[in-house]
Design a protein around this ligand. Structure first.
Ligand SMILES: [Zn+2]
Length: 74
């Protein structure tokens, strides 16, 4: 059953670090209730794991992205 709380953006994004293409899935409420745009959304992936930050506008379009393999979890 599809989780209606999640929204898949129509256009794939591409990680600038590894070149992987992926579809961004974000909660609808994240875009509907955002206090400001663009909304930032972090996608962890790969081996070794790294991060791709995507910036999503109010229309659900990814306006920019950046990647890093420098991650700290505290
Ligand atoms: Zn990547």
């Amino acid at each position: 059953m599809l989780d209606n709380r999640l929204m898949a953006l129509k256009m794939p994004s591409k990680c600038p670090f590894c070149g992987k293409s992926f579809f961004v899935h974000v909660p609808k409420t994240l875009l509907e209730n955002a206090p400001h745009y663009p909304v930032s959304h972090l996608v962890l992936h790969g081996d070794p794991v790294h991060a791709c930050m995507v910036y999503i506008d109010a229309h659900g379009m990814v306006r920019a992205s950046e990647s890093t393999d420098s991650i700290q979890v505290v």
